[in-house]
Design a binder for this molecule. Sequence first.
Ligand code: ATP
Length: 349
Amino acid sequence: MSIELKNIVKRFGAFSALGGVDLTIADGELLALLGPSGSGKTTLLRIIAGLDWPDGGSVSFDGENALARGAGERQVGFVFQHYALFRHMTVFENVAFGLRVQPRAVRKDEASIRARVRELLDLVQLDWLADRYPSQLSGGQRQRIALARALATQPRILLLDEPFGALDAKVRKELRRWLRSLHEEIHVTSVFVTHDQEEALEVANRVVVMDKGRIEQIGRPGEVYDSPATAFVHGFIGESIVLPVDVQDGVIRLGGTPLNIAAECGVSGPSKLFVRRHDMQISPPGWGGLEGTVRRVRTFGPIQRADVALSDGQGETIIEIDAPRDRELRDGEVVGLRPRRYRIFADPA
Ligand code: ATP
């Protein structure tokens, strides 16, 4: 089922939580809503679910007005961060719950319910846990059961709010991969909320980056990573070095020193140069740009991370770079730094 949101506005008192959001989600997509805390992700998800109502704008599912229907009539399944499993019911009964409380007209008979629960437990690869209680499961298993339960009534949309947020890093990683392959199998239109950029980029087909109740960028994971549309997206996705520069007639100056890199069209005046940590390439000093002294080198597997004190003629700025280990950096060494990929955004201030 496709979802179309047009100009969604949501206020809580005087506070504007969503300031005019337009978003179209295609049938069968796995979409991530990514943004920092308070950016409006959950509010948007709750509006799609019918748990909250917008103050303005429209929500359609397959072209039909969804706002005319309540949460119970939208054929939407949810999974929340904190597993909302019923503690007094077995795994089997938890998954069966939604099927048992369906209106009589559509409710299946007991044999069909049991067959459907078995099928779902099989889908989430936990059929061997059917007789356990939630307290006897690991966090990751609980979330998989919560997902099976959300899918029981064959929702046409699946909404997940930080589904792996409460789990430790290793289990999170496993579940990300698992969710992707599960989605490839069932293809239900899915929207999940996360503030973890790696999770969004790894799991989703498309990523919506939000900040302060607005969409900053929508794109495939590679697009938002490689071509961030705004300074916010660059700073939020990946580890960026941000340096204040001044652009005049196409010449970029850092603290008065001209840098031997090209300015982007349309940028002039006080601006910010954004470079990902691993895109700051070591080059011999004197290439005509950034130069600095290596201060502290740490190694992490194939990379070395170093603080470099820039000599930009305006006091000391320390940046952190990631370099491959094919050439070991030494404390005190003077190096040139050339941004391999970079973006320059006009300074909004
Ligand atoms: P998080 O990652 O922390 O969950 P989020 O991006 O999901 O953040 P929302 O929960 O959508 O953000 O909240 C957006 C803004 O709206 C926040 O500033 C929040 O404080 C505010 N907000 C959300 N719900 C309410 C409410 N019921 N009453 C008042 N303010 C609210």
